[in-house]
Design a protein around this ligand. Structure first.
Ligand code: PMV
Length: 314
């Protein structure tokens, strides 16, 4: 028997970095998916096969000794074998359409799809239970993960998230295209978060003021999302980008990509940690092609829509 699941990836529409300091962020899942198939095997090992490499790990190995990209899968298998009293192995096949390490939530969508696919070999968990397993798996590589990425990859659509109140689904379905352009440089979220912390320490009142402005911007953005007002949303994205530049997480390459996007899109900003990774540009049918053309021959670029389906099992 094969158990299959697929989960979308994500972008941060508004509020990255400021969210670490208590401000609300808005996340959206996008229709670039990871598909995972699992099957039980006789051999007492965990086999993970993917387009970034493969590994075979004996079941008796301990989770903390496993190389990072494979650790969450091993954790999920071990956890499931324990819970369901099965003492043979599992083979996991990952087929991903999500670029790795560029802020699109590749590891979160892998954790969600893997939690669903592997647990599906033994039982049918609720989405909440799958999410809990996925977050615990992600914490084996990112101990401070807020769980926001896994949440949006599980339920799909749009969510708002802040540290104090947690997640809330934004129950509207705006209709737009996001053009995503990849700078080709992977980034380290831990390093950029530390850099922002340093900026905050040296610029206390500037940072406090930016957090206040960002909070207001996020509320305006939620309003425009609900109205599907792309002009207003684009303006807010441009404004958000300025705040991100002020805290030092953009760079020359990202700035020039954003300038390219802003020629034709309603608005553009970096998404995720910055210092590399991707930018997002807001478009509809009228300016999608033109915006894609701005990047032609220079950067990997694709168009996406919000994925309202979330996790799928089959
Ligand atoms: O680039 P990503 O997907 O790891 O996003 C990081 C988002 C931050 O706000 C910078 C950090 C965080 O934990 O929210």
């Amino acid at each position: 028997m094969t158990s299959q699941a697929s989960a979308p990836s994500k972008v941060i529409l508004f509020g990255e970095h400021f969210v670490v300091h208590g401000v609300k962020a808005i996340l959206a899942s996008i229709n670039k998916r990871v598909k995972i198939s699992s099957k039980k095997i006789e051999e007492k090992s965990v086999i993970v096969k993917s387009n970034i490499g493969s590994i075979k790990i004996p079941l008796h190995e301990s989770v903390k000794n496993i190389r990072t990209p494979f650790r969450p899968f091993f954790f999920i298998v071990k956890h499931s074998l324990n819970e369901f009293g099965f003492n043979h192995g599992v083979e996991v096949l990952i087929e991903s359409g999500v670029p790795v390490g560029v802020g699109l939530g590749s590891s979160s969508s892998c954790c969600v799809a893997a939690a669903a696919s592997i647990s599906g070999l033994f039982t049918k968990f609720s989405r909440d239970k799958i999410l809990e397993l996925a977050i615990n798996a992600e914490k084996t590589i990112f101990p401070n993960s807020s769980g926001a990425d896994c949440t949006v990859c599980t339920f799909g659509g749009l969510i708002e998230y802040d540290k104090k109140n947690g997640f809330k689904k934004i129950e509207s379905q705006p209709n737009f295209f996001l053009v995503i352009a990849n700078s080709g440089k992977t980034h380290s979220t831990t390093k950029t978060v530390a850099k922002v912390m340093k900026f905050k320490e040296g610029n206390d009142s500037v940072f406090a003021d930016l957090c206040k402005k960002e909070s207001q911007l996020v509320e305006e953005a939620i309003f425009s999302l609900k109205q599907n007002d792309l002009q207003a949303m684009g303006k807010s994205m441009n404004e958000n980008q300025k705040y991100l530049e002020q805290i030092g997480v953009s760079n020359k390459k990202l700035d020039s990509m954003i300038n390219l996007a802003q020629k034709t899109a309603y608005g553009a900003k970096l998404t995720g940690a910055g210092d590399g990774g991707c930018i997002i540009a807001l478009t509809d049918e009228t300016n999608l092609d033109k915006t894609m053309k701005n990047f032609e021959g220079m950067y990997e670029c694709f168009s996406t829509k919000i994925d309202y389906a979330g996790l799928d099992t089959f």
